[in-house]
Write a new protein. Sequence first.
Length: 418
Amino acid sequence: MNPRRLTRQITVGDARVGRVKIGGDARVSVQTMTAGYTHDIDACVREIERYAAAGVDIVRVAVPERKDTEALHHILPQVSVPIVADVHFHFQRALEAIDAGVHKIRLNPGNIADRDQVNQVIDACKDRGIPIRIGVNEGSIIERKDKQRRMEELGKFFAEHKSGHMLALMIAKLEEYLDIFDARDFHDVSISAKSMDASMVIDVYTEISKRFDYPLHLGVTHAGPRETGAIRSIVALGTLLANGIGDTLRLSYASDHIDEVKDGLELLYSLGKRTRKGIDLIACPTCGRIQVDLFTLVKEVERKLLPQIELPMKVAVMGCIVNGPGEAEGADVAVFAGDRRGIIYVQGQRVANVPEPEILDRLLQECLAFEAKVKRGEAKLGEKVVEIVPPDPIGALGSGADKIRAGFVEQVTIGKTS
Ligand code: SF4
């Protein structure tokens, strides 16, 4: 992991919804966008709040029509996270959204008719202290109005190395747009340069990060349904974040946007870019040694524990004792299943050996009890008291099931860890 690249910092939000900082030393934030109509006020508020409950930091809404910016007057007082108005083609929508009290504007200067209109938006944002994201997308950087020019540019684009030419074009456009903001002495800016090609996203943001110190909004655009979209997005954004590039992000899925929020947060947790909220679930993939319905158990553990446990407690659900203890080392609470039973450990100490139907409830009970202990200051997360030593896997069944059934699998104290 490379150190975080230092960028300027901008602030999105207000005293009521909270102020989210982007860039500098602020934690990397997660964004999403509503999928429904903004003018459907109640549904829009419900959608935003659903994402807020899942942990999103900022939500963007589209405002293609006047009725959408009018709706913002009713939406903004009802939501609990900062809202960005996404503006394309109509600069008036940006002015109306600013007037309604929106917390940020997303603008693609390339699809606003003239520079004076862009200037009007910049000046209005400056007056209200609202930042602007300058978004350049691969698909929209060539002016659609000028077909001849588009064809010429595309001709060049195909004549040379595809990615290299597009990369140059995106950076050139971004520089051109930033000049407009520089000329107005407006620097409350974040920038994005999205593509649907993961390798292009890595290349373009890497180049941009060398040229500008504005905070970077990462994303792979039109990434597809979650199945493919997650892989495209995580490989691109994960690479950039590991290289210290990126201050805020949005995954874009052609499916329920709640998954954009969940996956965006998981990406940041996995890279250690954010402190996890709630359980960190470890589970084995199962194999021929499995003797319980582990997939159902894991799903149920996730469903029951996620809403109830606040602390970033590591919980391991392992299919057997063979590799389980080794793989679950470091888990605060672990269950090792076998022979239709589950042995539950809390920080390395065995606390229960229960039949399969009781595993879930007992695990939940132990997790809640452990969380309460941590909250009372009687235990610390991640502090292993004893090592769990796995049983000899070479036996009649090879899985240690006999030993589990007989209750022979005990922890062996080998001393406290620091
Ligand atoms: S923990 Fe046991 S069941 Fe799960 S993958 Fe490892 S060996 Fe297989």
